[in-house]
Design a protein around this ligand. Structure first.
Ligand code: ATP
Ligand code: MG
Length: 409
């Protein structure tokens, strides 16, 4: 049997960037031989094994054919007579379809190295269209390698457009989609992921609520970029520049969905978009089965981002309601993420990226003031049950009034 490194490990070594995980393909072996050598079979769908010592993945060379709708509709053929070239041709991009042996001798039948040098993401063969997930993968690689100058080949974008128009994207499972979306959002240029999906018509299929923001104007005084879709891309860009976690990036993507519902007569104003957007945010959350913390933050940011921007003008009682809604006493990190997302929203405006955002520290201080109200003296006064809760709220309100007075003095 022969063993080759494939995929990301070869690609990233040639690009001169750190290799994180190594995938290997095994040519000329059977499952029985692998097991006899101590490899542990793990693939539910394909013949994939883990190395007994390193735990790295080894897959038997295989060919694939589409036999029905969706990813379940795949049949594969793995046997010792499948060649390396046959295995490589079923892969998505030419830069992902190279292999090397342990002497770093390159096998590159589909000219991945040439495309690597030309900074092009190009599909390997028309079989690309057999798995709609590849549309998301290409967009993710575009986001990852945008800073190196990579772009999607026009003929690949065309295939992605045909795939999107065919309705096949609807057959993707939430789990497979979310895995790509969440990884793409964590790249350096997550806005490129959304832009590429939009360019090929996939955004309209996957997240019509986000697609609908393009072409929707906002008041130029607050939003020099005007277009709500462009604003959303900038907010995402800022979230990566500021190294925000996934929860924040997800919330950034969805924070303004309500603006897509504003009747044209009301443009460029978007009265109560925070409220109208909530059902859309919920729908997108559920469509991709986003993790609970992502779902929760997206809804809270959608509902309260304007409160954050107006933090310095809020009455003490409104501040208190905000802090209570976030349960800042038990969930300090979630509130911090909320502030982070709102700051990205403010910075995601053309020409205002560097403007300071005093609202952030102001809200942190308010949360601190409310948290510092001690329960013990109230217990000693004999408050309990719901009355204790009310007394606590009164004391917190007092503390917030004092905080506000001090801040404006
Ligand atoms: P990463 O650095 O993100 O791990 P990768 O290219 O190694 O990038 P993997 O998801 O680990 O990506 O997949 C390994 C290889 O398997 C890819 O390089 C590609 O050749 C192939 N591959 C993975 N998923 C698909 C797919 N859905 N369609 C076609 N080929 C795929
Ligand atoms: Mg990999």
């Amino acid at each position: 049997m022969q063993i080759f490194k494939v995929g990301g490990a070869v690609r990233d070594r040639l690009l001169g960037i750190p290799v994180t995980d190594v995938d290997r393909v095994v040519v000329g072996a059977t499952t029985e031989q692998m097991v006899a050598q101590g490899f542990r079979p793990v693939g539910a769908d394909f013949p994939v094994f883990l190395h007994p010592k390193t735990g790295e993945e080894y897959a038997l060379a295989r060919t694939e054919r589409k036999s029905g709708r969706g990813y379940g509709g795949f049949t594969f053929h793995a046997s010792p007579d499948v060649t390396l070239e046959e295995d490589l041709i079923r892969r998505d991009l030419t830069i992902n379809a190279m292999a090397e042996d342990d002497q770093q001798n390159l096998t590159d039948p589909y000219h991945g190295q040439r495309d690597l040098e030309a900074r092009i993401l190009r599909h390997v063969s028309p079989a690309f269209a057999e798995d709609p997930l590849r549309v998301l993968r290409v967009a993710r690689f575009a986001a990852r390698y945008a800073s190196l100058g990579f772009t999607v080949a026009p003929e690949t974008l065309e295939l992605m457009r045909q795939l999107s128009e065919s309705g096949e994207l609807q057959a993707l499972t939430a789990e497979r989609s979310w895995k790509e979306i969440s990884r793409a959002l964590m790249e350096d240029q997550p806005q490129v992921f959304i832009q590429v999906l939009r360019d090929c018509g996939a955004l309209k299929e996957l997240m019509p609520e986000v697609d609908a923001l393009f072409g929707v104007p906002q008041p130029e005084v607050h939003h020099p970029e005007i277009d709500t879709g462009l604003h959303t891309l900038s907010v995402l860009e800022q979230s990566a520049l500021h190294k925000q976690p996934l929860t924040v990036r997800w919330a950034c993507l969805l924070h303004d969905l309500g603006k897509g519902l504003t009747p044209e007569e009301e443009w460029p104003r978007h009265i109560a978009h925070e409220h109208t957007g909530l059902k859309l945010i919920k729908a997108v959350n559920e469509r991709f089965k986003a993790p609970k913390d992502c779902q929760e933050l997206a809804l809270l940011v959608g509902k309260y981002h304007t409160h954050c921007h107006r933090a310095l003008e809020l009455k003490a009682s409104t501040l208190l309601e905000l802090l209570q809604s976030f349960d800042v006493y038990r969930r300090p990190q979630r509130f911090e993420e909320f502030i982070g997302a709102c700051e990205m929203d403010a910075r995601g405006r053309k020409g205002l990226e560097q403007r300071s955002y005093p609202q952030a520290d102001y809200l942190r201080g308010a949360a601190q003031a409310a948290r510092e109200v001690a329960v013990q003296p109230l217990l000693e006064k004999g408050f309990k049950g719901p009355e204790l809760g009310e007394a606590l709220k009164r004391e917190r309100l007092k503390a917030l009034k004092a905080y506000k007075d001090k801040a404006s003095a």
